[in-house]
Design a protein around this ligand. Sequence first.
Ligand code: C5P
Length: 217
Amino acid sequence: MNVVIAIDGPAGAGKSTVAKRIADALSYFYIDSGSLFRAITFKVIQSGLDMNDINGIIKLAENSTIDFSNNKVFLDSIDVNSKIRSAIVNSNVSHIAKISEVRDIIADIQRNIALKKNVVVEGRDIGTTIFPNAAFKFFLVASVEERARRRLLELNSSGSNYSLEEVMEQISKRDIIDSNRAVSPLRKAEDAIIIDTDGKCIDDVVNEILFNIKSFN
Ligand code: C5P
């Protein structure tokens, strides 16, 4: 059985940067599960499908191939990494993520990778639903303001011009949808270790997680 390290938490808690660093440090494969939902959302938007056309969205997801290569996500063999971080994807992705059939497709992609490799997987439901038997589970948290500040930097570095208040509102809305959906809501697994990233630099968070992993070995 390959080793799974699950890193869950809300938007902007620092999961991506930290998970990538942990994967690098241990030479594990990095899976950004959010990018899978984002890729489907991007394709739905591109196709002009109505966000309420659940059957159409499920069909579209069934007819998509999503892979990772060099920490980048490829949708139908095209690198969509930069396109899936846009504001329009941000504001629609949580609606797509409520659809259980889409979640099943995305769960299979993650589990198939873990059949072949040791993985660090980041998301919302990794420790609870996707890999409930993961060897290590972490749940990253930070205040909404701190998380919005991080997302603001990411969004505005790609040319947007959002205010902190706007991003705080987007993030809070996404938290509410993600935490209250019927299937696989954002939730800390009972056996996950909470890491509060507020006011900590990336190195500190990475070291705290690596320390926890090593102390179990
Ligand atoms: O992590 P990221 O912000 O890229 O995730 C985008 C969205 O994908 C989340 O807001 C959530 O709606 C969905 N998601 C999810 N389950 C995961 C990962 C992401 O529902 N494991």
